[in-house]
Design a protein. Sequence first.
Length: 332
Amino acid sequence: MSKLDTLAAAASALLKQAELSPAETAQRFDAAVDVGRWRKLVPFATVEEPAVAGESVRIGPDDVARATRRLAGDGYFCLERAFESERIDKMRRIVEAVRADGWPAVFSFVFDDFWTIARSPCVLALLEESLGAGCLQNSVIWTHWVPGAKGATGWPPHVDLSGMGNKFLSIWISLSEAAIDNGCMFLIPPGDMPREVVEAIDAKADLSYASYSNLLHNVIALPVPAGSLIGWRGDVLHWGGTNAGGNVPRVSFALEFRSRDEAFTKFERPMIDLRAALPPLGLRLYAIAKALRHYPKFEPIVSRFQPLAERLWEETAPAPEQARRPDEAGLA
């Protein structure tokens, strides 16, 4: 066994030892399904309450048109300060409260704000211009917290869902400044990245000098202020940068959307109709559990919560008929 393999095995063993005990798992599970506890934890936010009509965005039709043109040409777009600062400050405080209570940041998706933000008319117009009328949200979510310490990193280079062309869109919203110093987003447009490079990255294989030299020349950094909206197609290689000495944590969250007429992967289901009622707490917890089961590969520290993720996954799993597309099963 190599030294690197030995270190990896030791790290894995330590993470296993740090897992929640059965008693801790039971306690966290009871807390997770208690809507009243969440409301008490963050009294300035709502859970399972009717969405309030109105915009909290600063973008208009011209911004939507500009973003969709950029998306069609380069596979991504970036709209700075797309959301009102009051809304963004509130959402960041939700994340801070969730983490202060010992939960992974993704439990911020218990709260309504993280589901309503994509339903404002201008954002919905942007989604429909990009994906077609009646587009759907999948149940793949994450909240990012990159510590404000030198060397802290976001997720490594990856693509979200290749081969989907203009049928898939990820959006990423900054809840804090995302600067070069604290690890902003980086990406490479798909037109500048041959397929063999994507395959090599997926396989963790070596690249030739010509390949990585070309990639480095085509990297795009996207430093943005809080409240900015970045979107990219499923085949765009992207990653979170390394903190170069900034003392401000980089806080953000991500959502994914699909054309309604496209077949969905099992991992994406259940799909969510953006014009129906907000997902109930059970479905939110299912999406959170799915994320916690899938993303230790990017954030090993959340492995501590695997026993909780497994129980939530089992006890909140939608019935088979709910996992179909909304127009087949009436899923809200």
